[in-house]
Ligand binder design. Structure first.
Ligand code: NAP
Length: 254
C-alpha cells in the first residue's frame, strides 16, 4: 500500500508505541485518526502529527472496550475522512499478579476476576470490536486496507501475566483469522509482538531496574518505540504480508 494520503486509525495513540507509530505514519503523509482516553495527550500528538507531515490528524476520546463507542468512532472517522485504509490495534493495559499466591501451603491471594476481566475487556474485546468495525467500514467504503494487532512477547506465557498473556495470544490468533476471512475484500491483517521497548514509562525506571530487565535480552538492550513503528510501516506497505506475527524483541524469550 502506498501510504501518502491514506487514512489510518491508531488506538492508544496518546503516548508510547501508539504515539510513535502515529508520528512515523504522519511523516509518510498519512491522515491519522488518533484514539485514546485522554484529551490532552491526544491534542498534543495530533499537533505533532500535523507538524510531521500528516495532511490531517483528528482525535477521538474513545474507550475501545465499549461497543457503542467503537461503532460511533468508525462512523465518525468515515464521516470526517470519507475513507479508511488502516487500523493499528495498539491500546493495551496490564494488571499483573500471580494467579495464586501460596504461603506454607495456604492460599494467601488470588488474581481477582476484576483484574482478569479488565485486561480481557481492553486488550481482547477492544481489539475485536475495533477490528470488526474497521473491516466493516473498509468494505462499506470500498477501501482496501490493513489491520495490525499489537501482541507481545508475553503471548507465549509470562509468569504473573495470565490475563495479559491470554489476550496477547488471542490478538495474534485474531489477526490470522481476519487475514483469512477478509482477504476476499482486499483487507490484510497481521500482528507485531514487541519485547521490552523503552517507552517513556520504562525509561523513567531506575537504571538498576532497567539493567535487570535487559540482562535477559540476547541483544542486551531494549527496543525503541520506532522499532515497532517501522514494523507497522513495513506491514502496511508490503502487499504480500498477511496473517503472520512479527516478533520485535531482540531475541528475547520469556
Ligand atoms: P502505554 O504507554 O501504556 O500506552 C497505552 C495507551 O493506550 C495509553 O495512552 C492509554 O491511555 C491507552 N488506553 C488504555 N486503555 C484504553 C482504552 N480502554 N481505550 C482507549 N485507549 C486506551 O503502552 P505502550 O507501552 O505504548 O504499549 C502499547 C501496546 O504495545 C500495548 O498493547 C502493549 O500491551 C503493547 N506492548 C508494549 C510493550 C512495551 O515494552 N512497551 C511490549 C509488548 C507489548 P491512558 O494513558 O489515557 O490510560
Amino acid at each position: 500500500m502506498e501510504l501518502r494520503d491514506k487514512v489510518i486509525v491508531i488506538t492508544g495513540a496518546g503516548r508510547g508505541l501508539g504515539a510513535a507509530t502515529a508520528l512515523r505514519l504522519a511523516a509518510q503523509g498519512c491522515n491519522i485518526a488518533l484514539v485514546d482516553l485522554d484529551d490532552e495527550s491526544l491534542a498534543d500528538v495530533a499537533a505533532k502529527c500535523e507538524q510531521a507531515g500528516a495532511p490531517k490528524a483528528a482525535t477521538y476520546r474513545v474507550n475501545v472496550s465499549s461497543e457503542n463507542d467503537v461503532e460511533q468512532l468508525f462512523a465518525d472517522v468515515a464521516g470526517e475522512f470519507g475513507a479508511l485504509h488502516g487500523l493499528i490495534n495498539n491500546a493495551g493495559i496490564t494488571r499483573d499478579a500471580l494467579t495464586l499466591k501460596v504461603k506454607d501451603g495456604e492460599i494467601t491471594s488470588k488474581m481477582s476476576l476484576a483484574e482478569w476481566q479488565l485486561v480481557i475487556d481492553v486488550n481482547l474485546t477492544g481489539v475485536f470490536l475495533c477490528g470488526r468495525e474497521a473491516a466493516a467500514k473498509m468494505i462499506e467504503l470500498g477501501c482496501e486496507g490493513v489491520i495490525v494487532n499489537i501482541s507481545s512477547v508475553s503471548r507465549h506465557g509470562n509468569m504473573g501475566q495470565v490475563n495479559y498473556s491470554a489476550t496477547k495470544a488471542g490478538v495474534q490468533a485474531m489477526a490470522v483469522v481476519w487475514a483469512k476471512e477478509f482477504a476476499r475484500y482486499g483487507i490484510r491483517a497481521a500482528s507485531i509482538a514487541p519485547g521490552f521497548i523503552g517507552t517513556e514509562m520504562v525509561m523513567a525506571m531506575k537504571p538498576e531496574a532497567r539493567e535487570k530487565l535487559t540482562a535477559h535480552i540476547p541483544l542486551r538492550r531494549m527496543g525503541e518505540p520506532d522499532h515497532i513503528a517501522s514494523t507497522v510501516q513495513f506491514i502496511l506497505e508490503n502487499d504480500y504480508v498477511s496473517g503472520r506475527c512479527f516478533g520485535v524483541d531482540g531475541a528475547l524469550r520469556l
